[in-house]
Structures are given as C-alpha cells and as structure tokens.
Design a protein around this ligand. Structure first.
Ligand code: GDP
Length: 357
C-alpha cells in the first residue's frame, strides 16, 4: 500500500522516521512521503525526515508540555500551513494517509485528531491513525490525555490502529529500552503490513494487495496488528503446521493490543519465500482466524519475501468492544478524575497564597 506518513509530536516523529527507514532499507517503496510536525523544536532537530514546526506564536518552539488542549488549538491555528506543506507530498499515487502519534502526550495527543479531520476534508483516500496507548505504568496525565484523544481520533479517522505500550516489548525492560524495542517492532511489523502488496514480482492471485488492507479497515473504529515468525522449512509442505502455529501466536501473544480478538474483519498475511508458503496452511489458518474472531470477513494472502523465515501478520479491524479497550477507557476516566482533583487542590492552595499577600 502506497502511503504518506505524518508524525505528530515526539513519539509520532520518531516512529514516522523509523517506519520510513525500515521501508527504505527493505527497498519496499511503500512509504511515499514522511513528515514530522511538532511544537517542540528540539524534538524535530533529532530527525532526518522533513519537519514542520507549529505553534511558534504560542509556545516559541518549546512544546506544549503535555497540555493536549493546547496541542489541539495550535494544530487548528496552523492547519492551513501544515496542509500547504503537505500539498505536493500527497500525490495521486498515495492510497492512504497515516497520522502517527503517541496519544498520551500533548502535541500528538491533541494535534493528531485535528490533523486527521483536516486531511479528511481535503483528500479522498482513507486517513488512518497509528496511535500509541500509554502503558499501565505511565502517569495519570498520560492516561487521561490518551482517553480523550482516542475518543476523538476514532471519531475522525477512517480507522485507528493501536499499539499498546505494554505490548511488543520484553517484560522487565526499562521504559527507555522498552521504547526502543517497541519502536523497532512497530517499524518492522507495521512496515511489513504497509509493504504487503508492494514491490512484488510475479504477482499471483493469492498475493495480498492494498484493497484488502483498506477493506479490512473499512468498518472504522479501532484496529490492531498481530505478528509472529518462525524459521521456515525447506518446502511449502514442511510449513503447513508452522503457519497455523505462528498465526495462533500472532493473535494471542504477538498482538499490538493484548486480549483483542473479537473483530469485525481480519486479514491474515503470510510472508516468506513464495515456494515455502503452503496454500493449504494459509487457508487453514485463515479459517481458524474466522473461528477465533467471530468474523465472516477474514481475508488471507501471501507476501512474497526473500527470507528464510516465515511470518504471520494478522490485522484485526473493529476491535473496540475488546476488554482491553474497556479497561483502558476506565483507567483514563479515573485518571481524569484524579487530574481534576489535583487541579482543584492546586487552585485552593493558590487562593490561600493570594490571601496571605
Ligand atoms: P508529544 O510530543 O507532546 O506529542 O508527546 P509524546 O510524543 O512524547 O507522547 C507521550 C506519549 O507517547 C507517552 O505517553 C508514551 O506513551 C508515548 N511515547 C513517547 N515516546 C515514545 C517512543 O519513543 N516510543 C513509544 N512506543 N511510545 C512513546
């Protein structure tokens, strides 16, 4: 799928760059444009992709400090500039636009939903969000911000692919190390999904194409991606069981949103050397995904790739009724209440100080 990526905020910019780099190193050419937008100048200076600083009048390049309402306002005020900057980058060949952001911060959290809405007004291709949910251990400001951002961005975007920061890293890693692992995994796994259907020589009828990704995400709402891989056997026949077993792992343990299984639609992509991908195995695994997700719209296909490994990607569309999302929204609601109490106490103390002087 030919895409243009727009990262908003620090995490959004880092991830956009990581996705663009992976796509370039693998020679996929699925990423046709990449831009990072931020209110914090220093965050943009560390990136090699094109950047755009917004909100200079309001925050003078210093960022919005976790204030996502300010992030949304600044994006709205500078929307014309951002859209002008994108003019020419989003060409007719683009099949989708991805707005990438950490939902728990300020600039990405507030700015992404606004930018998605603006993009949808102008472009006919689907506008998706790739959103990062804060892990359970992150503070209440992050949880509350992400709750409001998620609610809004899901309303605006054609679909929102979520990566939970508690997934896609090893248990016990420090936050910093975990971010590096998660970012690498996002670049590779989301990168493979975007590239499936691209740069394929000798296209067969079982090869996945972009329309299958778009159709899987068509119902809107929240989506997630599962991934697992294994060493491949010599022949396709050798790999029948491997395909079933990696598909299982992708759905149950390799998912970007743990415990999200019930879905409106799904797409199973099996990547590997064309002669090592078993037709029968892919079909069997596809129908297993149908049983597990309870969806009758489960597509399946190959992604020919010159690798000794065999990998399964399971894209699930319409997972918003999952227990994980309920749990997160409850956590965000409680965090918002805590935040309000903190604000109230702060005001009270300020009032006291005012009285003294
Ligand atoms: P912004 O610059 O104001 O948009 O804020 P950030 O992009 O730093 O967003 C903060 C949120 O993004 C935090 O809640 C983290 O969950 C997440 N985050 C920040 N940096 C990274 C990163 O490098 N990788 C991942 N996976 N998440 C990050």
């Amino acid at each position: 799928m030919k895409v243009v990526l727009i990262g908003v905020g620090q995490a959004g910019g880092k991830l956009t760059q990581a996705l663009a780099e992976f796509d370039y190193e693998m020679d996929f050419d699925a990423v046709r444009g990449a831009l990072a937008v931020n209110t914090a100048k220093t965050d943009l200076q560390t990136l090699d992709i094109e950047t755009q600083l917004i909100g200079q009048d309001r925050v003078r390049g210093h960022g919005v400090g976790g204030d996502n309402e300010l992030g949304a306002e600044v994006m709205q005020e500078d929307a014309v500039e951002v859209m002008d900057g994108l003019d020419g980058k989003i060409t007719a060949e683009a099949e989708a636009i991805f707005v990438v952001a950490g939902l728990g911060g300020g600039t990405g959290s507030g700015g992404a939903p606004v930018l998605v809405r603006e993009l949808k007004r102008v472009y006919d291709v689907p506008v998706y969000t790739l959103g990062i949910l804060p892990g359970r251990g992150e503070g209440s400001m992050y949880q509350a911000n992400a709750g409001r951002s998620l609610k809004t961005v899901v309303r605006e975007a054609d679909s929102t692919i979520l990566v939970d920061n508690d997934a896609w890293h090893d248990a016990g890693e420090s936050v910093e190390a975990a971010f590096d692992t998660i970012n690498r995994n996002i670049a590779q796994r989301i990168g493979l999904l975007l590239a499936s259907g691209e740069n394929v020589e000798g296209v067969g009828e079982s090869v996945v194409d972009s329309s299958e990704i778009i159709n899987t995400l068509r119902e809107g709402g929240i989506a997630c991606l599962g991934y697992a891989s294994a060493a491949g056997g010599e022949t396709a026949e050798d790999n029948i069981n491997a395909v079933t077993s990696i598909t299982r792992s992708a759905l149950f343990t390799g998912t970007s949103l743990p415990d999200a299984v019930t879905a409106d639609a799904a797409l199973l992509v099996v990547a590997g050397r064309p002669d090592a991908i078993p037709r029968k195995g892919v079909e069997r695994a596809r129908s297993w995904v149908e049983d597990q997700t309870g969806s009758l719209q489960v597509r399946g296909g190959d992604f020919p790739l010159d690798s000794d490994r065999i990998a399964a990607l399971v894209l699930l569309g319409g997972v918003e009724r999952s227990p994980r999302i309920d749990e997160f929204m409850e956590r965000a609601r409680q965090a918002q209440e805590e935040q309000e109490q903190v604000d109230h106490t702060a005001n009270f103390q300020n009032d006291e100080l005012d009285d003294l002087f």
